[in-house]
Structures are given as C-alpha cells and as structure tokens.
Design a binder for this molecule. Sequence first.
Ligand code: UT7
Length: 335
Amino acid sequence: MEGIKFNQVGIAFKGSGSYVPDQILTNQKISQKVDTSDEWIKSRTGISERRIAGFGDNVSEMGYKAALTAIKMANWDIKTIDLIVLATSTPNDLFGSAPSIQAKLGANNAVAFDLTAACSGFLFALITASQFLKGGSFKRAIVIGADQLSSFVDWNDRRSCILFGDGAGALAIEATSEFDNLIGFDMRTDGQRGSFLNLPSKNNEDSIIENIDFLSGGFASIKMNGQEVYKFAVREVPIILEKLFIRNNYSSAEIDWLVLHQANQRILDSVGDRLKIPREKILSNLDKYGNTSAATIPLMMDEAIRNNRIKQNDIIATSGFGAGLSWGAALIKWG
Ligand code: UT7
C-alpha cells in the first residue's frame, strides 16, 4: 500500500468473523489439577469452560480464520485490503504474526503489523486502524484480536488458571465520506499499576563470549492480583464509558448493546448496574470461552451479529481493560 490519499471522514463496519479451537477444557477438568470446583469458578466468574489451542493452532492460524470470515461477510476482494492490524500479546513469532496472516490471506496489497495492549488490544487496534482510514491514507482494514494465553498460564495457580482461554475475532472496516460509525473513543494506560497483571520476560543468564553477559529470552507465566484488577475494572470502566457518552451526547438509555471485555460476569454486571444498562443489553459469552484477552470483544460481537442480536444501526458501547494497566472504550453504530 502506497499511502494514497482518499478523501474520507468516517468508518463503516462491513463484516465480522471469529474462530475458537475445538478442544474444550471444562471447570471439572481443571479441578482435577488444582484445588478448585466447578461451583466456585461458575459463581465467582461465570465461566463454565474455555477453548484451548491444540498443536495445529496458534495466533496466526486463529487470526487468519477469523479474518477470512470477516472478509467473506464484507464481500471484499482480498486484494483491496490496505491494512491488517493484529492485536495480540501471544504472537507465535515475536517479530510479529500479522504478516503471516497477510500471507495466508493472500492480501498482497496490505501492510500488516502487530499491536500489544493485552485485553485492551482489540480496541486499541480498532482505534489505530481507524485513524489511518479517517486520515485518508487507507480505505479498507481488517482488525484482528487473537490470543493463546493458555501457553502462558501457570496451571498450578488456581487464582488465575481458571480464567483464560484461546480464540480470535476480527472486524472489517472501511473508510467512507458519508458518515462515521465509530462515533467516539477513548484510550487510557496507567503503568504505575502495571504490576497487578503482567507476563514478565524470564531471562536466562548466559555467557557466550568471555566477560560479556548475555540474556537469552523467554517468558515466565501470567502473574495476577485478581482483587486489584477487579477493583480497577469496576471503577474505571463505568467512568470511561460515562465520559464517552457525555462527550458524544448519548445517554445510557440509547445504548442497544454493552459489549465489555469478557473477564468476569460479576464485572459485566457491576459495570452495567453503574451505567443503568439492563442485563438483557449486556452481551456475554464467557461461560463458553472464558477470557480470551484481545479476542473477547470481536468474538462476542461476531456471535451477536450472526445470531441476529446486533442489527444494522444498533448502538454498541464497548470497553476493553486489563494488563498495562490499560483500558479503552468506543461507541459504535453497527453498519
Ligand atoms: O483481563 C483482565 C484479567 N483479569 C481479571 O479480570 C481478574 C479480575 N479478578 C477476578 O475476576 C477475581 O478477583 C478472581 C475470579 C480472579 C478471584 O475471585 P475473588 O472473589 O476476587 O477471590 P479472591 O482472590 O478474593 O479469593 C477468595 C478466596 C481465597 O481463599 P481465602 O484466602 O479466603 O481462604 C482464595 O484462595 O478464594 C480462594 N480461591 C479459590 N478457591 C477455589 C482463589 N481462587 C480459587 C479457585 N478455586 N480457583
């Protein structure tokens, strides 16, 4: 893509797609490994089971499958795609997995890159891609959220291993001069509170050349202070959404769907209550998939679009939150 200038002002949402691996890991099965129970996990999180990527699956493969379905819904010629942004914290290639998705798709005219912002990653990627489109540089973009956190979970830590699963979701967005269906957005980070949830590098000391220290790369497993992350989410998410509503002259009564990062059913309910959004408007599928990090929002949206719950022109309030700490929100009109 050569950065041709289009005269565009806004974003249209043209398609959605998702993919989850076949393997199912139930609460029951986890309780055979750590001291927990189906009852505890369900009542504290709302999760019943999650999907785990097997040997054939990785972020690139899952992201490719989600992207391809979104492109089919958009009915695009793959050669017309200008930009592919992959939100992931678990690339199968640390140099970037987006170009391998570009190659699998055969999207030869697109530029593809990864973006990392943990569970806020999809929203950050959507907002990033939208700026290229609104600025007039690119016309068509695929935004993907894909993660394989199962590879980085400490399966002996019952406080965190119950939460996470693997999957991918994608949206196809297009620049248009007629309207802007990305009505508004906001993004925040607070590195001071970063230690509440992280996946630190774990370096092994080595000495390849005399008197020169080397660190060979690798990663430890997810470290989480669940209570602090919970408090952060139920405090910050309503605030960022309320501000977004006010800035864009929307009231919470005008919201058709609340699509939050699927972390814990209690967080979803609490945010909905704070915003006075009734339970039937709060979309949830974490009972089946757990927390798939950057994938949860597009995975949830795709499911609701295909089930004919989210319809053309519906107003969606969405928010992602998690490690960083990072959080973001967007107000979307579907279509
Ligand atoms: O994308 C963002 C990702 N992270 C999050 O969204 C995490 C947000 N936090 C949470 O969802 C909740 O904090 C958790 C589900 C992780 C934990 O629930 P909680 O109600 O905050 O539990 P807790 O950490 O306060 O622990 C309560 C008790 C403790 O026992 P004691 O010390 O009171 O005897 C834990 O040891 O529950 C115990 N516990 C468990 N028991 C059975 C913690 N994990 C488990 C478990 N099974 N899996």
